[in-house]
Design a protein around this ligand. Structure first.
Ligand code: ATP
Ligand code: MG
Length: 411
């Protein structure tokens, strides 16, 4: 055998090049992939299509609220319905515009409206017709909205705005106090020609409660609810993905069953099931296993959990990190002791400590995230105290914090 076989880099590159990688079609396991086949969602596809059909007959569909938990196929189904209608729009000559935006990806209300405006044909460059111009900054929100209505009227368009993850928009609105949703849902009263329909999509089932009641009533003229997938449905969805992503026999039945069971036990979330499978496949590949088995799925689940913890840990500001370290340094620690340890850590790294009151508040916030857990301990005549301990491995915490310069000396 040549030396390339023993060289670890060449060995991996050779395997990849000779097509011996476990995963035949990696893209299919990526979250952006849109599968050809949508299983177990016929009624939802029908309801959505039904409610949009008026637009093909040149009248205005009802506003619509779509909700259901994460990973239940809302975005997938909406995208498919929109693209099918879009195709017919392009073939015929309907004055229809379907515009889609995800409120989570927009950081400002202005940005979200600009995204819609551009999809309707408003220009980023100055035009002869001032009202057809939509600069990326500088106008007031109400002027942006006026221009959107102007282009709809001018072209006599029936426009549909889909706002995916609309709960994030509800947050933006609460922050700015500008009720764009109200304006959008009532836009038709201001339009003499053309129409505007709003479809809101949310996985936060409580988000409605945060809206103005006037918005709720007009936004949910119709509702489509996506229920959680059950175990069998998840299994079939996953199996369909496996058929495309892997060659026959690569994924053991036991692994498929475990992925499905884990995903359906937690939430009936198809995304979770697909993520588990992808990470399991990557682990199997890295260990040069010929198949994907239950053990790989277990490791995948662990790794996904760890990643979530790491992301949460990293996102904390310095003083929260110091508190986590203070709790980590003993097996169980009271609020008062945590404060003392925290103060000592602050001194060591020359940071001014925060007040005990603030620290107590921060501890409850960290407790809510699940990184530390607290229990009330009765201390006889001394009353009650809360004792904290960390719920994740100190190694993960140290590994995650070691990149932060300020903390390096105290890990
Ligand atoms: N019925 C299905 N058939 C095939 N794949 C599905 C099905 N439902 C969901 N998926 C896949 O599961 C993943 C999650 O689906 P989707 O993004 O549509 O969820 P969602 O309901 O929009 O979740 P979120 O509320 O988190 O945005 C996607 O990769 C999607 O392709
Ligand atoms: Mg979605």
């Amino acid at each position: 055998m040549s030396t390339t076989v023993t060289d670890p880099i060449d060995r991996l590159l050779d395997a990849a090049q000779s097509g011996k990688s476990l995963i035949k079609n990696r893209d299919v396991l990526h979250f952006t992939h849109i599968p050809d086949l949508i299983l177990h969602r016929d009624p939802e596809q029908e309801q959505l299509t039904q409610s949009l059909i008026p637009i093909l007959m040149n009248s205005r569909p009802s506003n619509l609220l779509v909700y259901g938990k994460t990973g239940t196929g809302k975005t997938l189904v909406i995208q498919k319905v929109l693209s099918k209608i879009q195709k017919r729009v392009e073939e015929g000559s309907f004055p229809i515009k379907l515009a889609y935006t995800n409120a989570k990806q927009e950081t400002t209300l202005y940005g979200l409206l600009v995204s819609f405006g551009r999809q309707l044909g408003l220009s980023g460059q100055k035009t002869n017709d001032e009202k057809m111009w939509l600069p990326s900054t500088g106008l007031s929100i109400s002027e942006v909205f006026n221009r959107i209505l102007y282009v709809i009227s001018k072209h006599e368009t029936n426009a549909v705005f889909v706002i995916d993850e609309i709960d994030y928009l509800a947050e933006l609105i609460q922050k700015t106090g500008k009720d764009v949703l109200y304006q959008i849902t009532r836009a038709n009263e201001r339009l003499e020609t053309g129409s505007l329909t709003l479809i809101g999509v949310s996985n936060d089932l409580t988000f409605k409660e945060r809206l103005d009641p006037r918005v709720i009533s007009s936004l949910s003229e119709e509702e489509v609810v996506f229920t959680n997938y059950n175990l069998n449905q998840i299994k079939q969805i996953l199996n369909a993905r496996i058929q495309v992503a892997f060659s026959e026999g690569i994924v053991e039945d036991a692994a498929l069953n475990l992925c499905s069971a884990m995903a359906s036990r937690e939430s009936g979330d198809a995304r979770r099931a697909i993520d588990l499978l992808r990470v399991a496949a990557e682990i199997a590949e890295r260990t040069q296993s010929a198949k994907i088995n239950e053990e790989h799925v277990r490791k995948a689940s662990q790794k996904i959990e760890e990643n979530k913890e790491i992301v949460a840990l990293k996102s904390y500001p310095l003083h929260e990190k110091l508190l986590i370290l203070a709790v980590m340094k003993s097996s169980e620690i009271s609020t008062g002791e945590t404060y003392m340890t925290y103060k000592a850590l602050c001194k060591e790294i020359r940071q001014k400590e925060l007040t005990q009151r603030r620290v107590t508040q921060m501890l409850s916030e960290i407790e809510m995230s699940g990184i530390i857990s607290g229990r009330i301990v009765h201390q006889g005549t001394h009353g009650n105290t809360k004792k904290f301990k960390i719920t994740i491995s100190p190694d993960i915490i140290k590994e995650t914090f070691k990149d932060e310069l300020a903390l390096q000396d105290i890990l």
